[in-house]
Design a protein around this ligand. Sequence first.
Ligand code: GLU
Length: 434
Amino acid sequence: MNLIQEVKPKKQKKQPKQGMLENVMKQFESAADLINLNPNIKKILSVTNNELIIHFPVKMDNGDVEIFKGYRVQHNNALGPYKGGLRYHPTIDIDAVKALAIWMTWKTSLAGLPYGGAKGGIEIDPTKYSITELERITRRFTYALGDNIGPEHDIPAPDVNTNSQTMAWIADTYMSTKKPSERSKNQHVVTGKPIGSGGLEGRDRATGYGVFLTIKFWADHENIKLENKTFIVQGFGNVGYWTAHFLEKEGAKLVGVQDAFGTIVNKKGIGVENLLEYTKNNHGSIVGFSNSREIAKGDFFGLDCDICVPAALGNQITENIAPQIKASIIAEGANGPTTVEAEAILLKRGVTIIPDILCNSGGVIGSYFEWLQNRNGELWELDEILERLHKKMKEVFTKVLVVSESKKIDMRTAAYVLAIERLERTYVQRGVFP
Ligand code: GLU
């Protein structure tokens, strides 16, 4: 084996910190103050339970060994096992993972699921590695995580740059570490698996369908038809694509898309399915799509449209961007796309924001269905799953709307109030050990 110092790192230069942790804490504190959250419970919820940083070696295709940095942060498990995705991205660091783990606690609490919140990932640009390298990286990371994850303890799922294939590798690696008679009962150590490996029909579209549903519920509430409404999407991964798919099906028109490679526009509309086909043959990039024109990155959020769907990374809509936004509604497919400062500007301008912990919760609700299916040895059908998802999203959306209207607060604060109050009730009931 080569020595570590011989390794030529493939890593990108580290990008500036995203500041998501500061954002989630500000959101939490203002909601906690509003409801006079018990100060002891506030102390508990202000910190993460466990933070794991793992350095692990992986052999590259050329025989060199590279060291990777992986994370798993478990914020809170008062309501049930830790739950949350794994993200492969160069901007991943401990603070980003902490912020994302905290958002998961609010999201699962708001959705009424029997889960806590966690998040993890690897600081890596996956586009720089071959599929076989990514498989070894994923398997070695899973092995290193060991029993810090588990089907009744901490259940990862897909997130940015991870997918059902990643989950299949994790499930297989984790199950392989158990004795043969115990393997199959560990299948629900991850959700978002491929169909045929314990995956749920429709888990692929669950987040995007949920984002679409929240937009539809809001439009119905406002007596607005989505037909012919224009929308822009930042991120054309799983969430961005499926949201666009359902909005287009409803008659809305995609007029701008931004991904990691560039920004494209067409006022007459961009065909969602054609764009997806194009990206499949273009290394996942939207750039160069025939029926469109490329514009500067900085002009994206200022595009003329009715609906804006940030479905990529956190801290995208900042106070500099907020005044440029033309959309009357922002549906947060991503986690933490809007900063607290930007939100204040947008709310003052009368822009509605469907907050991430509500808007993109279809993903983890779908994960819950998959987990139940595995746990009970059942196989659910797509129609039934989408119907259950619809019912759950409607129920949670309505609760948030009622609190928002009755307390005259924005939807994010209303969602936080509901999420925190559920946790508060649990802590009041059970007390603090010993
Ligand atoms: N990564 C998704 C999220 O941020 C899904 C998490 C899950 O299903 O556990 O909500």
